[in-house]
Ligand binder design. Structure first.
Ligand SMILES: Nc1ncnc2c1ncn2[C@@H]1O[C@H](COP(=O)(O)OP(=O)(O)O)[C@@H](O)[C@H]1O
Ligand SMILES: [Mg+2]
Length: 375
């Protein structure tokens, strides 16, 4: 018997996790507090996603919407094809036990029962495996986290890192497709944190979908994708990638103000020499930077993919396009457009970002000049 089933994608073309326009208000003594503001998030089966953001930005609240520990005030949450926001309390606990493995910062193992009993508990609760198989499975999970020798000890006899690995084994007890971990390394030293992170990596390789909240931007960079939350809103990841030197508030401002535009494959977005008033960030597909040459064929200087931008050269020059930009032949392109006035507002607040953009514009001038000269 293998420890994990092959993850089956029975969601059709739907994402494993999908939040649609989720809002969460908390009632407080001084009125409603808007903890999540119009969250849209899609996570595909097999993705490893990190969520980062300052303390109090809404990370745990967001996870609670996914696990059904708390409910959105409005909006929809689907996990593995099930509408979590509509589920009753009775159904919820067993559904959660089968579909989600949850890992907390402070482990939350039961202190009065042994390690192996902690791991068997979810199987007992959901009756997922025949009774006589449960102990064997628990032992195998403990072997996977390299703690089989400690199976019959109390959790409190073990170190923090060991307890977290046990918590991960417990999260896997019912072979759920999704693992949700709220600052799982927040209470561990960096070496122990590394071993816990390595365990998550192995699980992703085995097909699990994993979301971790982390304060460690180094760890976050090693996941497939990072969602940055500021003041209960998700910062557009391409804005963050294009202009990493902006503050979180500035990124959020850009996210709110940027207009999404779509271009069919092969269409011209702008042509060299035309007047310029917009800066673009690529969010899907690629664009070609095309250099027309008198009496010769056009040359493609380079291709720009998600997180790259264009339109910065004319901004620093005389507001005339310095090259043509075309959606690449085989890809529909999505971009985020900021007017030059908006870009100015942003760069006036972030001198480092202005310098970074200026440097890239200067470098691109050189590349283009060189490409125009060669055939
Ligand atoms: N049950 C609650 N009642 C009122 N306010 C809450 C509650 N839970 C969280 N908050 C507030 O919502 C905001 C987001 O909290 P949280 O999601 O825990 O942030 P994070 O996990 O990013 O640190 C914070 O300002 C917090 O004080
Ligand atoms: Mg939190």
């Amino acid at each position: 018997m293998s420890l994990f089933s092959k993850p089956k994608n029975d969601n059709g073309d739907h994402a494993m996790i999908h939040l649609r326009d989720v809002h969460k208000y908390y009632k407080t003594a001084i009125g409603d507090y808007h903890a999540l503001n119009s969250i849209d998030l899609e996570i595909e089966a097999g993705e490893f996603v990190s969520i980062i953001g300052k303390s109090g930005s809404g990370k745990s609240t967001l996870l609670n919407m996914i696990t059904g520990i708390d409910r959105p005030t409005s909006g929809e949450v689907f996990v593995n094809g099930t509408g979590v926001h509509t589920m009753g309390e009775n159904k919820m606990a067993r559904w959660r036990g089968k579909n989600l493995g949850i890992v907390f910062q402070f482990f939350q193992l039961l202190p009065t029962i042994s390690v192996i009993e902690n791991i068997m508990l979810p199987m007992d609760f959901c009756r997922t495996y025949p009774m006589r198989q449960r102990e064997k499975r628990a032992l195998e999970l403990l072997e996977m986290v390299e703690l089989a020798d400690h199976a019959y000890k109390l959790p409190t006899a073990l170190s923090g890192g060991q307890q977290q690995r046990i918590a991960i084994a417990r999260a896997l007890a019912n072979d759920p497709p999704v693992i949700i971990a709220d600052e799982p390394t927040g209470n561990l030293d960096s070496k122990t944190a590394e071993s816990v992170f390595a365990l998550f990596n192995d699980l992703v390789a085995k097909g699990k979908t994993i979301i971790i909240v982390t304060h460690d931007s180094g760890l976050a960079k090693r996941t497939h994708r990072t969602a940055l939350i500021a003041d209960g809103e998700i910062v557009n990841e391409y804005v963050a990638r294009a202009m990493p030197t902006l503050t979180q508030d500035q990124m959020l401002w850009a996210t709110r103000n940027a207009k999404e535009q779509t271009f069919e494959a092969g269409t011209m977005i702008f042509t060299e020499g035309s007047s310029a008033d917009t800066f673009y960030i690529v969010s899907r597909g690629t664009v070609d930077v095309v250099l027309p040459r008198p009496g010769q064929s056009d040359v493609i200087a380079l291709q720009l993919g998600p997180g790259k931008f264009f339109g910065e050269m004319a901004y620093f020059h005389d507001r005339r396009r310095r090259a043509s930009i075309r959606a690449s032949e085989h890809s529909t392109v999505e971009v985020l457009a900021l007017s030059y006035d908006q870009l100015t507002e942003l760069l006036d607040q972030s001198e480092v970002t202005r310098e970074a953009l200026q440097q890239i514009a200067a470098k691109n001038e050189l590349v283009n000049a060189q490409k125009r000269g060669t055939s």
